[in-house]
Write a protein that binds this ligand. Structure first.
Ligand SMILES: Cc1cc2nc3c(=O)[nH]c(=O)nc-3n(C[C@H](O)[C@H](O)[C@H](O)COP(=O)(O)OP(=O)(O)OC[C@H]3O[C@@H](n4cnc5c(N)ncnc54)[C@H](O)[C@@H]3O)c2cc1C
Length: 397
C-alpha cells in the first residue's frame, strides 16, 4: 500500500505577526508561497522546484541554493506531527524527543507519516531578486567564484548561488559554466513602477507534461549542441531584476523538461563532497565526458554547516547534480566508479534522487546510519513503513 498525502493539503493557521505557518503535510510549497509571499513571508528554504509537498521537503530534508546560510528545510520546522505504525500520533520537535525529530528530518518517510508541521517563515520585502551572472572558463574558476560566494552566503541566509556547468566541455575548459548569485531585492532597490510582489503566471498545463514519444528531444547531439550554445550565448552581467520564484525554481518554468527525455525519462545523480575534494568533481566530470554521457543539466552548489538529521544529505562542501537520460543508464552500475570516489572522499549521494548507488557504500556515506536505525526501530519496531529505496539500499535492519 502506497500512501498519497496530497489530499491533506490545508493551511491550518498562519500568524502574520511572527511568520509561523501550520500546514498539513500534503500542502505544496508552491501553494504556501502563493499565499504568504504577497504578505511578505517566504519559505526560508526552497529546492529547485516548488511543486513538492511539505512532507517530501521534510522527509528528504531538502536544500536550496542558500544552504550555507539558511541550512536545510528541517532546520526551520518548529514541530511536526508524526503518525506512528502503532496508530498513535506524536508531536516532535528539537526539544521534544529530538532523536525522533531528527531521525524524521531526512528520514525518507521511514519513521512514520508526517501529518502536519509548523514552519518558521522568513520576512521578505519584495518578491523580486537582484541577480549577478558570471561566465567562467574552467572548473578552477567556477570553484573559486563559488568559494568566494560561500563566505558571503554563510553570513546571509538570503544569499543564493548556483553554477550551471557545460557538461560537454573538456580539457582546460572542463567545468566551465555560468554562476548565478542572487538575493531578494529590498523595496528601495525597485524601480518606482514595479509592484513589490509580482503577479505569478501559471505555466503548468497537463498537456505540457505528457512525455514525448521514444527518446524525446534528448540525444547526445542535441544535448551537446544545447550545452555548448548556452555557454557561448550567456553573458556576464550585474544587478538584473528577476522574479524571486523563477530564480529559485527555473525548471518549473520549463514544463517540457521531464517530457523532453521521452518515455524512459531522466535520472538525476547527485552527490556531495567536502570542500577540499574538488578533484572528485573534476574526476566525475571527466568520467562522464569519457563515457560520452554529456549531462543535459549539470549544476554545482555550495553546501554549508547546519544541524541536520543523521540521514540528511547536506555536508559542508560541494554538491554536483547531473541530469542524464535514463536510457543511458540501463547498466545501473555504470556510475559506481563515481560512487566509490565520493565515498572515499567522505561524501555521499543524495537519497532523494537515488536509483543507482551501490548499497554497500551507504554506511560509509552516511556514518550516522546506525544511530538513525536505532531511533527508527524505536518508532517502528515492526518495520511497517518501508519503501523500494529502503529495500534496495538496506536502510532498515
Ligand atoms: C526539478 C526538481 C528540482 C529539484 N531540486 C532540488 C533541490 O534543489 N534540492 C533538493 O534538496 N531537492 C531537490 N529536488 C528533489 C525534491 O525536492 C525531493 O525529492 C522532494 O522530497 C520531493 O518531494 P515530494 O513531495 O514529491 O515527495 P515524494 O517524492 O513523494 O517523497 C519523497 C520522500 O519523502 C517522504 N515523504 C513524503 N511525504 C511524506 C510524509 N507526509 N510523511 C513522511 N514522509 C514523507 C517519502 O516517503 C519519500 O521518501 C528536486 C526535484 C525536482 C523534480
Amino acid at each position: 500500500m502506497v500512501l498519497d498525502m496530497t489530499a491533506r493539503d490545508r493551511i491550518i493557521s498562519f500568524d502574520q505577526s511572527n511568520g509561523v505557518i501550520v500546514v498539513e503535510a500534503g500542502a505544496l510549497l508552491k501553494d504556501i508561497i502563493e499565499q504568504t509571499l504577497p504578505l511578505g513571508w517566504m519559505l526560508p528554504v526552497v529546492p529547485g522546484t516548488e511543486r513538492i509537498t511539505v512532507g517530501g521537503a521534510i522527509g528528504c530534508d531538502v536544500h536550496g541554493k542558500n544552504h550555507p546560510g539558511a541550512g536545510s528545510f528541517g532546520q526551520h520546522v518548529l514541530w511536526l506531527a508524526l503518525l506512528r505504525s502503532d496508530g498513535t500520533v506524536t508531536q516532535l520537535s528539537a526539544g521534544r524527543d529530538p532523536d525522533a525529530f531528527w531521525a524524521t528530518i531526512g528520514g525518507m518517510g521511514l519513521t512514520g507519516v508526517i501529518l502536519q508541521a509548523a514552519i518558521q517563515l522568513q520576512h521578505i520585502e519584495t518578491g523580486w531578486a537582484l541577480r549577478n551572472r558570471l561566465r567562467t572558463r574552467s572548473l578552477d574558476q567556477t570553484v573559486s567564484v563559488l568559494r568566494t560566494l560561500a563566505d558571503r552566503q554563510e553570513t546571509d541566509p538570503n544569499h543564493h548561488a548556483i553554477a550551471w556547468l557545460d557538461g560537454h566541455a573538456s580539457g582546460d575548459s572542463l567545468g566551465r559554466g555560468i554562476v548565478d548569485e542572487f538575493r531578494p531585492s529590498t523595496t528601495r532597490e525597485l524601480p518606482g513602477v514595479v509592484p513589490p510582489f509580482p503577479e505569478r503566471r501559471e505555466h503548468s498545463t497537463r498537456r505540457g507534461r505528457r512525455s514525448l514519444p521514444g527518446p524525446g528531444l534528448m540525444s547526445k547531439a542535441t544535448i551537446v549542441a544545447a550545452s555548448t550554445a548556452r555557454w557561448h550565448l550567456s553573458r556576464s552581467g550585474n544587478a538584473q531584476l528577476v522574479q524571486l520564484h523563477s530564480a529559485l525554481c527555473p525548471l518549473d518554468r520549463a514544463e517540457l523538461w521531464p517530457s523532453a527525455f521521452g518515455r524512459a525519462g531522466l535520472i538525476q545523480y547527485q552527490f556531495a563532497v567536502p570542500r577540499g575534494e574538488v578533484s572528485v568533481l573534476r574526476k566525475a566530470l571527466t568520467f562522464l565526458v569519457a563515457h560520452r554521457m554529456t549531462p543535459a543539466l549539470a549544476t554545482l552548489k555550495n553546501l554549508g554547516f547546519g544541524t541536520s538529521g543523521p540521514l540528511s544529505f547536506p555536508i559542508p562542501g560541494w554538491t554536483l547534480a547531473v541530469d542524464l537520460p535514463a536510457r543511458w543508464l540501463h547498466d545501473r552500475e555504470i556510475l559506481r566508479p563515481i560512487d566509490k570516489m565520493v565515498a572515499a572522499a567522505g561524501g555521499r549521494v543524495y537519497l532523494a534522487k537515488d536509483v543507482l548507488t551501490d548499497p554497500s557504500r551507504i554506511p560509509t556515506m552516511y556514518p550516522r546510519l546506525e544511530t538513525w536505525r536505532r531511533t527508527q526501530a524505536r518508532l517502528d519496531p515492526a518495520h511497517r513503513w518501508t519503501s523500494a529505496l529502503a529495500e534496495r539500499l538496506g536502510l532498515l535492519q
